[in-house]
Design a protein around this ligand. Sequence first.
Ligand code: 86X
Length: 484
Amino acid sequence: MPATSVDTKGITVSREKDFSEWFTQLIQKAELIEYSPVSGCYILRPNAYHIWEKVQQYFDGLIKKDGVKNAYFPLFIPESLLSKEEAHVQGFAPEVAWVEKGGHTALGERLAVRPTSETIICDTYAKWIRSYKDLPLRLNQWCNVVRWEFKHCTPFLRSREFLWQEGHTAFATKKEAEDEMYRILDFYEKVFVDLYAVPVMKGRKSEGEKFAGAEITTSVEAFLSNGKAIQGATSHHLGQNFAKAFGIQFKDQNQKDQYAYQNSWGISTRSIGVMILMHSDDKGLVLPPKVALTQVVIVPILFDDSKDKVLKEVAILAAKLEKKGVAVHLDNRVEYSPGWKFNEWEMKGIPIRIEIGPKDLEKKQAMVVRRDTGVKLAVPLGSLEKEIPALLEKIQQEMYLKASKLLQEGVVKVATTKDAEKQLALGKLVFAPWCGSIKCEEQFKEKTGAKSLNAPFDQPKMKGESCFYCSEKATSWFYFGKSY
Ligand code: 86X
C-alpha cells in the first residue's frame, strides 16, 4: 500500500529534538532536493527551483527599474587575474576549484572556476571605463559559483556549487556608490519580507566580519527559532580598492585622472534555506504563498456512489480559481486515500488545502485548511473564488507577523558580557553597545560561540555607554548571536 511506502512517510524526528536531521529529511521528502554523486552538490528539484525563479523575477525587476543591466561573464578565470587583488584572494584560496587540463593536455595557465566575479569583471571594466561619461556602469549576472568547501555541506545553506546573482557597479563618486549599496540592501530586504515572509535585521558588518576587499559591508540577517542567526544577503562598498588593483581609471570633467568607486552585491540560493528554516514545522515544509509553485491543492473525497458529481464540482472550482490567478493543483488520484494525500501536501508545504466530499456538496460548502496554522473552516462554494485569493494574502502576512514576533522576542538588550552570555544560553540574540575592536569580538566568540551580526543603521542614541565586553567607550550598538 502506498500509505506505508518509505519515501512519503512523515519526518521521523522533531525540529526541536534534532534540527539538522529534521532539515535533511524535510528537503528530500518535500521534493526540494535530490542528492547527486558529487558530495556538496545538490539537485534543485522543480519545487525548489520555482522559488529561485520567483526571487529572480522579483529582484531582477527591482534592479532593472533602478537602472542595472544584466550581462554574462565567463565561468573560468585565469589564475593571474584571480591573484591580482591581495585582500580578495587572502583566506579564500583554499576554496578555489581549478581546471588544469583540457582533455589530456595541461593548460598553459590554470583556470579558476569562478568563486565570485570581481576580478574578471574589473579586468573588463578597466577597458570600458575611460571618461566620467562612461559612468555609472552597473551590471548584474545570474549564474552559478563554486567554492570547494571542506566543512560539512548542507543543501541550500552550504554547498560547493550554488546559484546567485552578483551585481558589480562602478561610479565616479563615493556618494553615488554608497547610496547604491544601501538601495540594493533595501531590495534584499524586500525579497525577504515580500516574498519569503522573513523579517531581517539590516545593518553594517563589523571590521572583522566584513569582506576583506570592501570598505563597508552591509547585510540582512534573519533569526531562527533555534536561537541562531543566518546571513541572507550582502551589499558591499569596495571604495577604490579594486579600481586601484585593476586600473579602473577615468578622466573627470577637469580632465583629471580618477579611480572609480565600486560596489558588489549578492543573494544566493542559500536564502531559500533561510526561508525553509524560518517557517517549517514537524509536519514538513511551510511555504509562503508568494513563492509556492502550488498555492492551493483540492482533494476530493471520493465514494463510489457520488464520485462523478464530486469530480465534476472540483474541476469547475479548479478552473474558477485558476482564472483568478491562483496556482491550483487538483489531486484526483484514486490510488491514495484522502488522509494520505493530506499528509503529502502538508509535507510539501502547500499553503491551502480544499477538501470537498458529498456531504460538503449537500451543504454547498468546502472545507478550507491553512497549512501555516492548521486552522480549518467551512466556506460556501460560491465564496471560494473571492475567499481563497484573500486567504492567500492573509497567510502571507500572518507568516510574516509570526516571524516578526519571534525576532522581536528573540532580541535582548544587554550591557555586560555576563548578561550577554546568559541571554545567548537562553537562545536569544543580544543587542549590545560595543567598542568595535576585533579583539573583543574574537574573545567573545571564543567564550560563547557568538559573533557580531551587524549594526543597524538607525542606532539608539549613544549616551556614553561602555563596551559590553571591555568597558572601553562603545562606538555603536551591534547584534551578536550564534550563527550559521
Ligand atoms: C567575497 C564578495 C561579493 C559579489 C559578495 O559578497 C556578493 C557578490 N562578491 C564575495 N568572497 C570572495 O571574494 C571570494 C573569493 C575567492 Cl577567490 C573565493 F575562493 C571565495 C570567495 N568567497 C567570498
